[in-house]
Every structure is written in structure tokens, then in C-alpha cells.
Ligand binder design. Structure first.
Ligand code: SAH
Length: 223
């Protein structure tokens, strides 16, 4: 299914994802058309598959990035604040920033310094990316994403790009009311996406969705 959506260009990839029902929102489609995956994936950027980016990290498959953006979409408006935990290549961080401009802000938190730098470098490859970074629409920071990023909290939306052992409480705390957290959770040998909503009255609901395969959210490697 996923592989059928590959294309020869960024546009072909995104059009194929839409044709196969893996992107259903026109806003997500526009945002993904606006970010060339070749700036973020070191090889086969227009294939609908994950790719290694070094440091045991991968850029997720385009259909997974689409699914994450679509899930968070009700909370991604001009001016929204977003946290992207495990920003890795920076691809989704940039797509999320496209979805909250003008006036929005996305913080990408990574625990590996060379990946903080990779995300920054990749985003600066395009004019739109440079503009977003220069205006503060995207910021990459080094930290343990299990603790969120308190400095810019609370967030309308939080995306976690690595499989957590737990729905880390700091992430729920740093959500606005209303706000949404998209997080893959490791349960035994399996991982599932959980969508955690904080309602306007502060109550929290969690919904278990589909099975996935992400790299784990871990302790930082020793420098
Ligand atoms: N969204 C990224 C996913 C990269 S893979 C992309 O598509 O490019 C998952 C990332 O999570 C890796 O870059 C890894 O370094 C990072 N990571 C793992 N544990 C982490 C932690 N505790 N804090 C912050 N980042 C973490």
C-alpha cells in the first residue's frame, strides 16, 4: 500500500499519497507540496518509505508524516504553538511550521546535537525554510523530549516522532486546554499511536489508534 505512493518528484509523491487516501486534507497536501523532501532525506526522497539519517535515527515515511499532520490538524492554525519531539531530519517540523503560519511557532527538540544541526541545516536549504527560521517560526533545541520543552509551553499540539515507554506526564502537562498530543507508545513487542486530547475544561482523554514502527525514545547516548 505505502510503497505504491512513491513518485519521481516531490509533487508526484504528494499527489500519489492523496490519490491513495493517505492525505485527505487539502491543507496538509498544500503544506507537504511546499516542503521538498529531498532537502531532508539523504536518499530516495520521493519513495514512500523511511530512510536512515544516521545516529540510529530515521526520517519517517511520508505517509506517517501525513497521518501525524492530519491527526493534529484541528490544532494547527495560524499562530498555533507546536512541539515536535525527536525532530530528526526536520522534515515534519517544517511541514508543521507551514501549517501554523503566519504567526505560528514550532520547536523541534532532539537529544543528539548533530541531529539538532542536521534539522537546522536541512531547513535552511530552502528559502521558505530560511525565512521561517529567521523569523522564529522554527527553532531546533537540544534536550530530552520526554520532558517536553517547558520554556515555550503550553502547546496547541505536540508530536512525538519516536516510540515512548509511557505517555510522559510532562508532555500532557505542556498541552494547552484544548490541545492534542500524538505519540507512538511501545507496549510489549508492539507500538500503537495514541492520541491524547486535553479538553477546554482540562480533562484528558486518550484514544489508541493503529499499530506502527518507530525508533525508540531513549536516554541520550553518552557524548
Ligand atoms: N520526525 C523525525 C523522526 C526521527 S527518528 C523525522 O522524521 O526525521 C526519532 C528521533 O527521536 C531521532 O532523531 C532520535 O534522536 C530522537 N530521540 C530519541 N529519543 C529522544 C529523546 N529522549 N529526546 C529527544 N529526541 C529523542
Amino acid at each position: 500500500m505505502a510503497w505504491r505512493s512513491s513518485g519521481a518528484t516531490n509533487e508526484a509523491l504528494i499527489e500519489n499519497l492523496a490519490r491513495h487516501g493517505l492525505i485527505t486534507s487539502s491543507r496538509v497536501k498544500q503544506a507537504m507540496l511546499g516542503v521538498d523532501r529531498a532537502h531532508y532525506a539523504p536518499s530516495s526522497p520521493y519513495q514512500d518509505s523511511p530512510q536512515s539519517i544516521g545516529h540510529a535515527a530515521t526520517i519517517s515515511a511520508p505517509h506517517m508524516h501525513a497521518a501525524a499532520a492530519e491527526s493534529l490538524l484541528p490544532f494547527l492554525k495560524p499562530g498555533s504553538k507546536v512541539l515536535d519531539v525527536g525532530s530528526g531530519s526536520g522534515y515534519l517540523t517544517h511541514v508543521l511550521a507551514e501549517l501554523v503560519k503566519p504567526g505560528g511557532r514550532v520547536v523541534g527538540v532532539e537529544h543528539i546535537q548533530p541531529l539538532v544541526e542536521l534539522g537546522t541545516r536541512n531547513t535552511r536549504k530552502s528559502e521558505e525554510g530560511r525565512e521561517l527560521m529567521d523569523a522564529g517560526g522554527i527553532r531546533y533545541v537540544k534536550g530530552d523530549g520526554r520532558l517536553g520543552w517547558a520554556e515555550d509551553a503550553p502547546y496547541d499540539a505536540i508530536h512525538v516522532g519516536a516510540a515512548a515507554r509511557d505517555v510522559h506526564p510532562a508532555l500532557v502537562e505542556q498541552l494547552k486546554a484544548p490541545g492534542r498530543l500524538f505519540i507512538p507508545v511501545q507496549e510489549g513487542n508492539y507500538q500503537h499511536i495514541y492520541v491524547i486530547d486535553k479538553k477546554e475544561d482540562g480533562s484528558v482523554t486518550r484514544k489508541k489508534e493503529y499499530g506502527v514502527q518507530y525508533v525508540p525514545l531513549t536516554d541520550a547516548p553518552k557524548d
